[in-house]
Design a protein around this ligand. Structure first.
Ligand SMILES: *Cc1c(COP(=O)(O)O)cnc(C)c1O
Length: 386
């Protein structure tokens, strides 16, 4: 039986195992030669795990810097008292520049006019506007083209309010071994950094490896790696599984709010897609729905764990609740079942006894990746740190 701290206001919650987060951070740190920094990626509320507690835990366990996606995410960390360098992984709107300067958040830069406006604002405030130069080496997402970096730096470098604190790119296929596109991106990145140095520009901290890159491509750890998904104990792809041992940080649990013994033929949930097929079936309700990140596409096609049993979710998943069936004393269940009760803890993701449901299993059922599964569970459910 799962023991857990249950929030007072709702019988459904996300459990965040900060000890596992700490161990994962140590595991990644141990991959890096002395002197290579680790930037912990805590964008999207730390992939749904809660940015402030996760960032503090990572910084206390060896992470050197933080990365977020949006200005607001950076401000949240600063307001929580975090002083480590924070990089925004995209170039934010020019309108946000005053906030960047006030909160000491480093933008990624790839457009000259943004950089100059940022330098102006920093200088006016008596500060230095630190930034990282983002280079597009082939992913076609953000960044200045790899063969235009010298041109961009030549355009902005006269500004005394600016300082290039780092230069980076992002790989599209770091999880694919011996990949031609990866090699091409790396070659372009190397040539861009070399061109900057030859032209007399300091690239600052040079970085490119994300989680799969950090694990599979130590040859390009350079000055820093940017680790996201791996710190949360999830693998970016099956290719990294044999290379590193990680512990999932997030579990999702709920308590049963209602149990009934329906008649044969009774329907369950909107549309009544599920009809009770036999006697001796219990239908239980838990207060977790698609607004909590339990995608409606999982309806009728996902397991939950309760009292050491794997049960089938039945009927359409509602916005805030869903139902599952327990086949009591069915000869096909592998142990005798006594029935369940209101208040029993149900595991939607995580370990219960000898069994577990992983983010990868849910991702497979949803037709997506574990990244999206954990981001979604972070949306509304209260987080309990254990
Ligand atoms: C999200 C992101 C990362 C982290 O990626 P993971 O696969 O989660 O390690 C690193 N760099 C950039 C630019 C990103 O957008």
């Amino acid at each position: 039986m799962v023991k857990s701290v249950v929030p007072h206001t709702r019988w459904a919650w996300v459990e965040i195992d900060l000890a596992a987060l700490r161990r994962n951070t140590h595991t990644f740190k141990a991959l890096l030669p002395r002197g290579v920094k680790m930037m912990a990626v805590v964008k999207a509320d730390a992939y749904g795990h809660g940015a402030v507690p996760c960032a503090k835990t990572m910084l206390a366990s060896g992470a050197d810097q933080l990365a977020v996606s949006t200005v607001d995410e950076g401000v949240e960390l600063r307001e929580a008292g975090i002083t480590a360098p924070i990089l925004i992984l995209s170039e934010p709107p020019i309108e946000s520049i005053d906030v960047l300067v006030e909160y000491d958040l480093m933008p990624s830069v790839f457009m000259g006019d943004f950089a100059l406006a940022y330098g102006e604002a920093a200088a006016a405030a008596g500060k230095i506007g630190r930034y990282h130069l983002a280079i597009d080496t082939g992913m076609t997402r953000t960044g200045v083209r790899w063969d235009e970096v010298v041109e961009l730096r030549s355009y902005i470098d006269f500004h005394r309010g600016l300082e290039c604190a780092g230069t980076f790119t992002h790989f599209a296929t770091a999880d694919v071994p011996s990949d031609w596109d990866f090699s091409l991106q790396l070659k372009r990145f190397d040539s861009a950094v070399e061109a900057l140095r030859e032209a007399g520009f300091d690239p600052g901290i040079v970085h490119c490896d994300n989680t799969p890159g950090t694990i599979l491509h130590p040859e390009c750890h350079y000055d820093m790696v940017r680790v996201g998904i791996g710190l949360y104990g999830l693998h970016p792809a099956h290719t990294t599984v044999p290379r590193i041992t990680l512990e999932p940080v997030m579990s999702v649990r709920a308590k049963i709010t209602r149990v009934v013994w329906p008649e044969v033929g009774d329907g369950v949930s909107y549309g009544m897609n599920f009809r009770v097929p036999r006697k001796n079936i219990q239908i239980a309700t838990i207060p977790v729905g698609y607004a909590d990140g339990l995608s409606r596409t999982l309806s009728g096609n996902m397991p939950v764990l309760v009292r050491g049993m794997r049960c089938r979710q039945v009927g359409n998943i509602c916005m805030d609740q869903c139902m599952f069936a327990v086949d009591v004393n069915n000869a096909r269940t592998y142990r005798p079942v006594s029935g369940i009760e209101v208040g029993d803890v149900v595991t939607i993701m995580g370990v219960d006894g000898d069994d577990s449901i992983t983010a990868d299993e849910i991702a497979e059922l949803r037709g997506t990746i574990n990244y999206e599964v954990v981001c979604d569970f972070g949306l509304r459910l209260e987080k309990v740190y254990v």
